[in-house]
Design a protein around this ligand. Structure first.
Ligand code: ZN
Length: 369
């Protein structure tokens, strides 16, 4: 419902020329849109989780939209520096990918090369050295792949019984149980991989085929090196995709991550992305002291002059974001739509009145929401 309201407001703004006016405004020129992606599907991953995976064709269409709107797509480091210097070009955008999945190498890199646009990838390096599937994601996907089956499952002292996997609630609860078990029992990476193999067998799926596809593997260091040589920025995302609350452990996450990236690419990373978007102001100083210039979150918004460099918002672009919403972010219009809480309290017609079209390019509009 809220999504529908947003889409209809954006449709109206676009129809009356608001997208065009706003995208050329000094208000938009002062702001940087950082796009965040997780992965492009190699097969059907987006059907399982459209918030994590996007079909390759959709990503291609996103790039086409950016070029149609005349966006200036900048490397992340240039974009952040120019935002601070006040020298951003019109409709500035930076593209980032989180985690460093193999699908970045296999699917995203060729498309980025074809469109000749820069991007950065925040890599978490522990699994790069292992070349095993990332456990929690792989569990969820494998259970989904068996969604037409009723399976007998017997996994250590974690799950036991008959499960009708056509029922989504059963699948979700099973996924949560296995994930939690791996955490509470502090399974090692090897034990988790063995558990995946066991699960695959009991679900009637072929583990060797699954491993060969590398749907949820991270890039190997050789692939990261190739990506870096192709001009992609390789940046920090912690070594083990975690944010320890003890400073010495946190510093180790950064230094281990940085060491692998430096040994692999010969370049020192200086931008960071919070794993799973989890952050706390406590980290700001810790991160800055590690020589990091910017830290991005999964909070939605444009980077502006007042943005704290250790708390930089992005638009996490997913397969469930419509074309009009995406265009709304390119032009900046979407940033002016009232936040969720305000939308809830307003009837739809009131929203349209809140954005008088003749004032769309006025700086003051931004301050009213
Ligand atoms: Zn991540």
């Amino acid at each position: 419902m809220l999504k529908q309201v947003k889409k209809s407001v954006l449709g109206t703004v676009k129809f009356v020329g608001g997208f065009n006016a706003l995208s050329k405004s000094s208000w938009r020129r002062d702001r940087l849109l950082i796009l965040g992606y997780h992965g492009l599907s190699l097969k059907d991953e987006h059907e399982w989780d459209p918030t994590l995976f996007m079909p390759q064709q959709m990503f291609r269409e996103r790039l086409e939209s950016m070029l149609e709107f005349g966006c200036s797509i900048l490397p992340l480091s240039d974009a952040v520096r120019r935002q601070r210097d006040g020298t951003l070009p019109e409709k500035a955008v930076a593209i980032t990918f989180d985690d460093g999945f193999y699908n970045f190498f296999e699917a995203a890199l060729p498309i980025l090369k074809e469109f000749d646009v820069p991007a950065s990838v925040y890599v978490t390096t522990y699994y790069s050295l292992k070349n095993w599937p990332v456990f929690p994601i792989a569990v969820g996907y494998l259970i989904w792949k068996a969604r037409d089956k009723v399976c007998e499952l017997e996994i250590q002292n974690c799950v036991s019984g008959t499960f009708d996997l056509s029922d989504e609630t059963v699948r979700v609860s099973l996924h949560a149980k296995i994930h939690e078990f791996s955490l509470t029992d502090e399974l090692s990476a090897l034990e988790k991989n063995d558990l995946l193999k066991l699960l695959c067998g009991q679900l009637g799926l072929d583990f060797d085929d699954f491993c060969r596809e590398r749907l949820f593997n991270l890039m190997t260091t050789e692939e990261i090196s190739e990506v870096s040589d192709a001009g992609i920025g390789v940046e920090l995302h912690t070594h083990r995709h975690r944010m320890p609350t003890e400073k010495s452990l946190f510093d180790r996450e950064i230094s281990d991550n940085r060491d692998v990236i430096f040994e692999t690419t010969g370049k020192l990373p200086s931008h960071f992305c919070y794993p799973s978007g989890n952050y706390d102001p406590m980290y700001f100083d810790w991160i800055a002291k590690n020589g990091v210039e910017s830290a991005t979150t999964c909070d939605t918004g444009l980077m502006e002059r007042s943005t704290h460099l250790m708390q930089v918002p992005r638009l996490i672009d997913t397969a469930s974001l419509s074309k009009i919403e995406f265009e709304g972010w390119l032009t900046g219009a979407a940033a002016l739509i009232p936040k969720r809480e305000l939308i809830r309290s307003l009837p739809a017609p009131a929203l349209v009145k809140l954005v008088p079209i003749d004032q769309l390019d006025m700086l003051s509009i931004a301050g009213t929401f």
